[in-house]
Design a protein around this ligand. Sequence first.
Ligand SMILES: O=P(O)(O)OC[C@H]1O[C@](O)(COP(=O)(O)O)[C@@H](O)[C@@H]1O
Ligand SMILES: [Mg+2]
Ligand SMILES: [Mg+2]
Length: 279
Amino acid sequence: MTDIFEAIQRSAIRIKNAIDTKDIGYSNQANSSGETQLQLDIQCDMIIEEELSHVLSVNTIASEEKEHPMQLNKNGKYFIAYDPLDGSSLIDVNLSVGTIYGIYEGDFGSKNMVASCYVVHGPRVEMVFAHNKVKLHLLQGDNWEFVKEIRLSEKGKLNAPGGTQQNWTDYHKEMVDGLFKEGYRLRYSGGMVPDLHQILLKGGGLFSYPATSDKPEGKLRRLFEVFPFAFIYKLAGGEAINGKEDLMTLSHAHVHDTSPCFFGSKYEIQRVKEVYANN
Ligand SMILES: O=P(O)(O)OC[C@H]1O[C@](O)(COP(=O)(O)O)[C@@H](O)[C@@H]1O
Ligand SMILES: [Mg+2]
Ligand SMILES: [Mg+2]
């Protein structure tokens, strides 16, 4: 696992460099989810592919920017699914973006996840790695420094409701409004990495990306967005559900499958469960 951790650290430094210096224009290609790729999406994908290809324990990689999984080392035991540049549509307005990794053993699938990680590219570059514990690291020059272990409180103050509101169900809207009536504050940038990072570091709250009339299966991808954050939130003492079930019990049929998702501390997830159980 240490060699993967170090490959992720090297990738993050190269991605920071690419963000700082490269063209942010659109390519003329679309990815498997039908989104137009930025040249930077493709470049970050190539950086990670190259760094992971040097790690003998990595068997296969799957990326938001690749249609199919790619085998790297047939004797490796780890399968890594990643989103090279999460929130890439926020690059042109200079908001924070990130990279997400799900690390699976034996094959892709929620039950096989053994570690997960994300990197936040904001005013500073930070990395959260979850493997037994959830640990925050900070990039200082070219060196990574351990900062602290992250634990969620039982109840937070932030509410990050994703998805187009006019396509929400009435009961979802009621649940979101209910939290605001209890005093929760809105924090939603449109990048799941900084939005979920903020909730983790500020003690708790709720991030939701529900099923909507235009996206009945949600928007966020199971293998490289939903499961990695579910793993992190649960290990930090929070919960992660699709409305009713624990996200880490869900299967997937295809690499780019999506799921509605709710991540938060225990109190907010209990509220979601109460509302969704009756609908
Ligand atoms: O704009 P919306 O519908 O709220 O969607 C925001 C979500 O889409 C994403 O940007 C999807 O990620 P990509 O940029 O990797 O496609 C998430 O980071 C974010 O939570
Ligand atoms: Mg993403
Ligand atoms: Mg992406």
